[in-house]
Design a protein around this ligand. Sequence first.
Ligand SMILES: [Zn+2]
Length: 553
Amino acid sequence: MQLTKRFCALFAIWLGAAAAFAADRADTILLNGRIVTVDGRFTIAQAVAIRGQRIIAVGNNADVLELQGRGTKLVDLRKRTVIPGLIDNHAHFIRAPEHDEMRLDGVTSHQRALAMLAERVRAAKPGEWIVTLGGWSEDQFTDEPRGFTLGELDAVAPENPVVLQAIYSQSYLNGAALKAAGIDATTPDPRGGKIEKDAAGNPTGVVSGPGGVAFVAAKIPLPEDEQWLANARKFVAGLNAMGITAWYDAGGRGVSEKHYQIYRTLAQRGELNARVFWTVTRQPATPAEVDKVLAEIQQLTPFQGDDIFDNIGWGESVYLPATTSLLRNDFVVRPEDMHQVRRIVQAVAEGGIFLNAHVEMENAIDAYLDEYEAVNKVEPIKGLRWAFSHLDQVTDAQLERMKRLGMYAGLHGRPLIQGALMHKVHGERAWDMPPLRRVQDSGIVWGLGSDATAVTTINPFYTLWFAVTGRMIGGRKVNRQTVTREEALIAHTRSNAYFVFQEDNLGSIQPGKYADLLVLDRDYFRVPADQIKEIKPLMTMVGGRVVYQSGNF
Ligand SMILES: [Zn+2]
C-alpha cells in the first residue's frame, strides 16, 4: 500500500513533468548550423530552439532536438553561420522615410550611379522627385571620383526633379529640381550655404555647404501619411535585409513629432519589424532656449514604451554652440557655452535620466568630461550609463575618465564615405579617427554603428568591414586603428544591447533572450576580410518572427 502510494506520487510527478515538457516544445528549431552566440564566452553552437518570441535552448543538435514536438518547424541551416541581429548604435532612421530615396550606398562607379538614376526615372511618375539625401561621397567612385553636372543629370532626367546630396557637403540638382525649388540667377545664397553660379550668373546645379544642403532638402515636398507609412515599412524591410534588427535613433535636424508618430503607428499595428530605442533630441542654441529645454527635461519619463519602440532618455544634441563637426578642426571651447551644457547635463542627472552626447574632437571631449565630473560630485551619474557618441579623437586619458564615470563609448563607420575628406581636414591624425583599437584596448564598453543615413552608408556589414580593414568604400585605406572580427561583432551586438538597456533581451543568442538573429550567406569569420562588406542575410528574425527571407534560403 505504502509502495503503491509512493509510486502513484512519483507517477503524478512524472506526468506533471511531461505536461510541462510538452509546453516547452519549440515552435522552431534551427539546426546543423554554426551558431555564433556572442555570449560571454563567445560559444559556437549547432542549434537554436525558439518558442514564441524567445530563444529557449542553444546547444548541439541532439540536445536541442529534444525540444522538438509535433508542430515544431525544423530549419536545416546546412552549416551556415548564424549571428545575433545587428544593433546600430547611432542612426537617423526615424527621419529617413520622409522620402523613398534612391540610395547610392556602396556604389563605386559614377557611371553605375547614372544608370541607376535612369532606371529610377523610367519607373517614376511625371513630376515625382528623385532624391538621395546623403550616404555617399564623390570619393567612393573609382571610375570618376566626382559629382554630377547639370548637363549629365538633365540628359538622364529631363522632367523629374533630381537632388543627389553628397554627405552634408553639397547637393547636385538637375534643371527640373532648380525650377521646382525656385532657384534661379536671382536667388540669394542661403545661410551657411552657396548656390554655385557660372560666369553668366546662372545656377550650375550645385548647392554647397551644410546650410545649402538643408535649404535644398527643405524644398522637397513631404509625403502624405499613407505614403510616409509605406516608405517607413519599405525602409525597415531594407534594414532587415541588411541585418539590422534594432537601433538607437539619434533624431536629427528637422525631425518633428510627426516622424515619431509614423513609427509609433507601425509599432501599434504590429508592423514595425525592428526595435527602435530613441532619445529626445533638441538643439537649443541660446540660454533662453536652454530654459525651455530644462522644463522639458523635468517632465521627461523614459521607458514608458515596450521592447519594440521606446524612449530611453535625452540626447544626442546637447547645446548647439558647443557642438563639433567631423569635417572641421577649428572648434573652440567657450566657457559661456559650456555653462549652458552644464545646466542641461545637471538637469538630466537630477532626473536620473540617460544622456547621450555628440562629441568628436579632443578639446570638446575634455570640456564635456569636465562638466560631467563636476555634476557627478553633486549628482552621481555612474548608474545612468551615460554615453558619448562619435569620439573620433578620444585619448587614453579621456577613456579612463569615461570609465570612472561608468560611461559607454559609441563609435561609427563614418570614414566609410568621409575618410578621404577627413584626411584633407585633419591630416595625419585622420589615420586614428576614430581610434577603434585604442577604445577596444581601454576596456570600456563600446559599440559600433553607422550614423546613417546622411553621413554614411546604412549597411552594417560595411561598418564591420571598415572596423576590420580600415578602408573606405572604393577601397582606399583611411584608418589604422582596426579591430578583430570578433571584437567588431561584439561591438555591433552585445555591447549595443547594453547601450540601449536591453542586455537581458538582446545582443546574443542565449536562452531567455529574444530570437533576433541572422542566417548569413557566408561565414563572417572565414571569408577574406574584403568580403565582409558583401555578406548578406539569407534570413532575418526579430522576436522569433521571420522578417526577411532571401530567395536563396
Ligand atoms: Zn552626432
